[in-house]
Design a protein around this ligand. Structure first.
Ligand code: M6R
Length: 607
């Protein structure tokens, strides 16, 4: 969603701000803008549409060594140049950028209007600039703090003043803000990607922080001027990981990174001798883990399907009742928190508002919530009671791929730990470790079929609707396959458990509606084959993802993508990769913007 970048230093700010905004493009946006200070004046340039529109409007020699920039994902007011950020006060001396939602903006706006303030945008954010202006008496920090006292809602803000050159004031409440410390220059941004080409030294702001930044230092307090100590962290990845490295899209690059990402997620965590695993960050003793009698995993979107896969797995191998819940639902259910229940929240970004607020609600009721996240230093891992980083590296494409298989990896390890403490023998544990170690190679074997899967995708790209069908552990994989296809190709796709087909959806099967069946060689194989026959009897085209050597499937299906034979619990990995590749090539065949699909944002930071 919206992205923020702020700069103060000695270089020309405009170029750095635009470059930072380009790095934030992946978050999803519909307009962008910058404001740069020079000679007691602030210039603002804002453009609807792609950052290239903004870039074209910014003069290459635009002077000024401090400024702020923003990518907007519209919530209040239509997508146009005017509603784009930065927003200015009536004097033109103050500009602000804002991520989040100001819930009481209507009443503030009315009050300020009555006092003679003129509003020129339809946004909630403009009230911040006007409020800061109202309280400004020669000290921007003071004015921002006073303004914040009147705001209800969520914000990550950066403000500048024309008469206070090379100074940024940032504040955070519910929307991420990170400070970057360079050599004689400083950055404020909604995530580190905006400044990673300049510095790896960062400070993650927390809710309630107000930070005053100039080119040589920073000071953090709360809005009542109480000092807040901050720790400097070093970002553990390089700018190279933010590049496409020869791939036409980030999504394809990330699909192909999965063998390495999964391997990284397991590195140092498997214990082959004991047939178990170790996860350092859980902050729970073995005794406490043994006392867990239920696991509930919360997440949204793709992460909810990895959560669901692992809930199936936990019940199966650890014999613990486990379920996955959508974050957006559980929060408002007034959840019953039982002391024996352990909660997980799974989130690639670690910033998804639905998941974050659900976690806080559970914690308020006394729950222990562990995080499974990718983005280091993001809010969920910082506020959770412990957890695991999946280490899949930056995921830039809006459609999540490598984070999914890395989330599975982390939760497979956790399930193994729980299983070995309860029901699973050491020999079965060792077999599980061996099987998990084979996953990267098995994914590679699917990726080797890239061209072949592309031919299937090209053949079916004109279809208007698809079904994705699995059972047991591959049911969530079918849901994820359908989500992937609809997100990036805009083709209608529905995921179902194959057993449900005859209870309604089969009414939609016809010659032009393909069904993608997932057919692992487990105890449900025969059942799925029966479901395939039901579809075939109604002339529905079938694309099957089956296990090497399964010729029965080839006799029924129109197309078969084979995955290597594996331990029956490992098929979610290889099968989901086959579906990602299929969705990817379908979207490419339809000439879609694969990395930035319409209406979607990488990190959904509003409810
Ligand atoms: O960052 P998160 O994992 O919390 O994000 C959750 C969903 O918004 C995300 O998975 C979304 O569904 C993706 N676009 C999936 O490709």
């Amino acid at each position: 969603m919206c992205g923020i970048v702020g700069y103060c230093g000695e270089k020309d700010a405009a170029g750095i701000l635009v470059e930072g905004l380009k790095r934030l493009e992946y978050r999803g946006y519909d307009s962008s803008g910058i404001s740069v200070g020079y000679n007691d004046k602030l210039s603002i340039i804002k453009k609807k549409g792609k950052i290239s529109n903004l870039q074209a409007a910014v003069p290459s020699d635009m002077p000024g060594t401090f400024g702020i920039g923003h990518t907007r994902w519209a919530t209040h007011g239509e997508v146009n140049d005017l509603n784009a950020h930065p927003h200015s006060d009536n004097s033109g001396k103050i500009t602000i950028v804002h991520n989040g939602i100001i819930e009481n903006y209507i009443s503030i706006r009315k009050k300020l209007k009555d006092e003679g303030v003129k509003f020129i945008t339809e946004t909630d954010s403009e009230v911040i600039a006007q409020l800061v202006s109202k309280f400004y008496e020669g000290d921007l920090e003071k004015a921002v703090k006073e303004a914040l006292k009147h705001l209800k809602g969520t914000y990550g803000i950066v403000a500048i003043h024309a008469d206070e050159p090379n100074r940024l004031i940032g504040a955070r409440n519910g929307s991420p803000l990170v400070l970057g410390i360079g050599e004689g220059e400083m950055f404020l941004a909604s995530d580190v990607t905006a400044m990673i080409s300049y510095t790896k030294q960062v400070v993650y702001m927390e809710d309630g922080d107000v930070v005053v930044v100039d080119k040589d230092g920073f000071r953090t307090t709360d809005i009542r001027d109480n000092e807040r100590d901050k720790e400097i962290s070093t970002v553990g990845w390089d700018v190279g990981e933010m590049e496409k490295e020869g791939y036409p899209t980030f999504m394809e690059k990330e699909i192909f990174e999965q063998p390495q990402a999964v391997l990284r997620g397991m590195k140092g965590r498997l214990d082959p001798d004991q047939g178990t695993a170790k996860l350092g960050g859980l902050n729970m003793t073995n005794r406490e883990l043994r006392m867990v009698n239920r696991v509930i995993i919360l997440a949204a979107g793709t992460s909810s399907y990895s959560a669901m896969t692992c809930a199936y797995l936990l019940e199966k191998i650890a014999r613990i009742p486990a379920s996955a819940e959508l974050s957006s639902e559980i929060r408002y259910k007034n959840p019953i928190v039982d002391p024996g229940t352990l909660y997980f929240v799974v989130s690639q970004s670690g910033e998804t508002a639905d998941s974050l607020y659900a976690m806080r609600e559970l914690q308020r009721k006394g729950a222990t919530v562990l995080g499974i996240c990718n983005v280091v230093g993001s809010t969920i891992p910082r506020e959770s009671d412990g957890g695991v980083y999946i280490h899949s590296g930056p995921e830039i494409a809006v459609a999540s791929t490598k984070a999914f298989t890395s989330q599975l990896t982390a939760m497979y390890l956790f399930s193994l730990i729980m299983a070995r403490m309860r029901d699973m023998s050491i020999s079965k544990g060792k077999a599980f470790v061996d099987a998990l170690s084979m996953v990267p190679e098995n994914i590679n074997k699917v990726l080797e079929q890239n061209e072949y899967i592309k031919t299937i995708a090209d053949k079916y790209a004109d279809c208007h609707s698809f079904f994705f069908l699995g059972r047991g552990l591959t049911y969530p994989i079918a849901l994820e396959g359908a989500l992937k296809l609809k997100e990036i190709s805009y083709i209608h796709a529905e995921g179902y458990t194959a057993g449900e087909l005859k209870h309604g959806p089969i009414a939609l099967i016809n010659e032009v509606t393909p069904s993608v069946f997932l057919v692992p060689d487990d105890s449900l194989r025969e059942k799925i084959i029966s479901n395939m026959k039901e579809v075939k009897a109604r002339k529905g085209p079938i694309i099957a993802v089956a296990v090497e050597g399964d010729t029965d499937v080839a006799d029924i299906a129109d197309e078969v993508i084979y995955v290597p034979k594996a331990h029956e619990l490992m098929y979610p990995f290889s099968m989901v990769v086959a579906l990602q590749v299929f969705a990817y090539h379908t979207a490419v065949a339809l000439d879609r913007n694969v990395d930035q699909p319409r209406n979607l944002a990488k990190s959904v930071t509003v409810e």
